[in-house]
Design a protein around this ligand. Sequence first.
Ligand code: ADP
Length: 185
Amino acid sequence: MRRLTARKAGYFMKAAIYPGSFDPVTYGHLDIIKRAAQIFDELTVSVLNNKLKTPLFSVEERVNILKEATKDIANVKVEAFSGLLVDYAASRGIHVVIRGLRAITDFEYELQNAQTNALLSGGALDTVFLTTKLEYAYLSSSSVKEIASFKGDISMCVPGFVARKVYEKFGYESGKWGNLNEQQN
Ligand code: ADP
């Protein structure tokens, strides 16, 4: 009865979307995914096909990498989307967006996005922020790409199979990083 009332009032949160570029997915993203999947019944990780950015990995590659990286979390699914997040969320009947916050530098951008989405959706789409685990606060997909482009070690940033794919994109053999493993920190 209580549950029914909450559902009616719109307070019963069930499904959420975690949108992003994930170019490539890092341990920071994976930490947010695991935690959000514990809070919500179903989490859709949505890979943005952003025509304004030139990514290292195609959308299909990013979706496949994320599927592999999250295969052990039963209530997580991965898909691509393009266009407005509010339209995509509405088409899925989802009212909650998950975003990660690292430092104050993320805050302004994220706040603006959250408020814009609330406005565009007429209040139907809310954003829930999860703060980064301290050990991943420094971590971003762009720093992973920059380090890898100079043949630096990214094994503490992304799972081993992702690191191998990143090095391959830069035309490097991943042999030098022979101890890359699939285990997450
Ligand atoms: P976008 O281009 O949409 O910012 P990203 O893939 O860079 O896509 O990030 C997706 C989301 O994940 C953002 O909310 C970002 O703040 C968050 N995020 C990125 N890296 C981390 C991290 N190390 N810890 C926590 N959240 C993170």
